[in-house]
Design a protein around this ligand. Sequence first.
Ligand SMILES: Nc1ncnc2c1ncn2[C@@H]1O[C@H](COP(=O)(O)OP(=O)(O)O)[C@@H](O)[C@H]1O
Ligand SMILES: [Mg+2]
Length: 146
Amino acid sequence: MSPDVLYRESFAVEGNDFEHGGNVATAIKATLRELGIASGAIRRLSIANFEAEMNVIMYARRAEFVFTITPELISVVVADEGPGIPDIDWAMQEGHSTATPEMRERGFGAGLGLPNIRKNSDEFAIESIVGSGTTLRYAVRLDQGA
Ligand SMILES: Nc1ncnc2c1ncn2[C@@H]1O[C@H](COP(=O)(O)OP(=O)(O)O)[C@@H](O)[C@H]1O
Ligand SMILES: [Mg+2]
């Protein structure tokens, strides 16, 4: 572990596990509150975490979430095993979604998840290999006003 890592924790998320949808985002939020992280940073990161978690549940088989706090940043890496995203530019646009009618009935599929992850992050990267999986990396700076 690099010397400036103050805290690190990882979580597994299973595809199709709607029952536990949001649990990882909630657990990370609780940890950040206990650590006394500024509320604005917690809010932005929690929005991103929830969207990333639901995307794994809806579109991938499983993923590992790793979140890391350093003096400057809270960063998250979500690496999934799944179908990958054939056209990332398409998927990053607001309103673009491949959600099924069942997902839409549950209130998902507005096509705002990936754009909101980027919007609520200070650093954002997405890589995907079709037939293998997708990795999201995003981070929120700790020095923003509370
Ligand atoms: N982890 C993922 N694996 C495969 N495809 C994904 C993943 N995350 C997002 N996608 C694709 O990108 C599209 C846009 O995602 P998003 O902006 O979160 O909207 P929504 O979840 O409402 O569909 C999804 O409909 C899906 O096709
Ligand atoms: Mg989504």
